[in-house]
Design a protein around this ligand. Structure first.
Ligand SMILES: *Cc1c(COP(=O)(O)O)cnc(C)c1O
Length: 395
């Protein structure tokens, strides 16, 4: 069964909607019957354990959303005022917002043209040319800020090439915090994405691979880091009876109701990844070889979740640009979305440093994400494929 937001229009094909069923109903009902709907009670711990087990991580701390996960992971890793954090220019604004919430400044880095992920070579070049090593760390020469962390975002569910990135980060004393919001279920050389950085942040928003309605998690093997994350998320409360709080914390914990939903969804995770990959295969068969369309790649060492199947449209060779294609498909009830506007082009981030951001802009201009709900049937997907082919004059 599929539950869309609000009013359901028969022929509308949404970009990405959740898939919920009997198991979700059963666990949420159990949670309500128990009365443990708040963050206390068994469901939050059970959900954390399920995710930690899946990732092979020692600790996982659940919270209200992926942005809160990033914010607290950064703070727990010691990122604060006066620091800088390297962030890909092409990502959801939440990644950079979290850096700003932590009091630090993002440094925007370009992505690669083949896999659209954080460009590790440009990052190395930036560290070599524009930074100096100081006090066991590395400092951006232009503003004297210490670069404390880098956030590889596994964009669209394809893993960032983590070995060279982690090697580089280690040489410079920079902490790696994965943004795996789109990539739960992805693999890098047989290792799970979300198990590769000092900490990893997940999202269980309604459009992600599994959902709690809203939710997030920080996963790590570091007991201190996990403890600090949990502490910050629960108002930094040291002594609940005497009401002792030892720093400024947040009310970020996930509720039992949401965790019950998440726990049921965890049972579906592998099936959802399989479904996303099947959707990608069908798009590849239907749209492969069409002049002017570039389809997303998967590195030989990677397993992508293909969170949103995203094509690149060449306006000359295809016959129309990505935005005209978007409007044309919208007229037929097919929801699509451009790739994010590179963050240095947004008002709140305009004054922050950006290093040689070029590819991100090209991808933004050409990129269009096609309907990718895990519940998308072959028949409905054929409608999308046929509409794209017709738009390009190839029926
Ligand atoms: C969804 C997402 C987030 C934020 O997650 P929320 O749960 O919506 O706060 C962060 N980063 C990326 C790359 C995302 O796609």
């Amino acid at each position: 069964m599929s539950v869309g937001g609000g009013h359901v229009v028969e022929d509308r094909i949404p970009l990405c909607e959740p898939r919920l069923g009997r198991r979700e109903r059963a666990l949420v009902r159990e949670c309500v019957a128990d009365g443990w709907v708040s963050s206390a009670g068994p469901f939050v711990g059970r959900f954390e354990e399920a995710v930690a087990d899946y990732l092979g991580r020692r600790y996982a701390v659940a919270c209200v959303n992926g942005t809160a996960a990033l914010h607290t992971a950064l703070r727990a890793a010691g990122v604060g005022t006066g620091d800088a954090v390297i962030v890909p220019a092409l990502t959801f604004a939440a990644t950079a917002n979290a850096v700003c919430h932590a009091g630090a400044v993002p440094i925007f880095m370009d992505v690669t043209p083949d896999l659209w992920q954080l460009d590790v070579e440009k990052t190395a070049e930036f560290l070599r040319r524009e930074c100096v090593r100081r006090r066991g760390g590395v400092v951006h020469r232009a503003d004297g800020r210490r670069i404390k962390a880098v956030i590889p975002v596994h964009l669209m569910g394809h893993p960032v090439d983590m070995d060279p990135l982690c090697g580089l980060a280690e040489r410079y004393g920079v902490t790696v915090i994965e943004d795996a919001a789109e990539a739960l279920g992805a693999m890098d050389r047989g290792r799970r994405v979300g198990a590769l950085g000092a900490a990893a942040c997940l999202s269980f928003n309604g459009n992600k691979i599994i959902t709690c309605g809203g939710g997030g998690m920080v996963a790590t093997d570091d007991a201190d880091l996990a403890g600090r994350v949990r502490h910050l998320m629960t108002q930094a409360r040291r002594d609940p009876i005497e009401g002792v709080h030892d720093e400024v914390g947040y009310n970020y914990r996930l509720t039992g109701l949401q965790a019950a939903l998440g726990l049921a969804q965890m049972e579906r995770l592998e099936d959802h990844v399989t479904r996303k990959r099947r959707i990608a295969d069908r798009y590849r068969r239907g749209l492969g070889g069409v002049p002017g369309l570039d389809l997303p790649r998967e590195a030989p060492w990677a397993r992508s979740t293909f969170w949103l199947f995203t094509i690149l449209v060449d306006p000359v060779r295809f016959g129309m640009d990505s935005r005209r294609l978007l409007r044309r498909l919208a007229a037929e009830g097919i929801e699509t979305r451009p790739l994010w506007r590179p963050l240095p082009g947004l008002a709140p981030f305009r004054d922050f440093p950006a290093y040689r951001v070029e590819t991100a802009w090209d991808l933004h201009r050409r990129g269009l994400s096609l309907p990718s709900s895990v519940g998308l049937t072959a028949g409905v997907q054929e409608r999308v494929i046929a509409a794209v082919l017709a738009a390009g004059g190839r029926r």
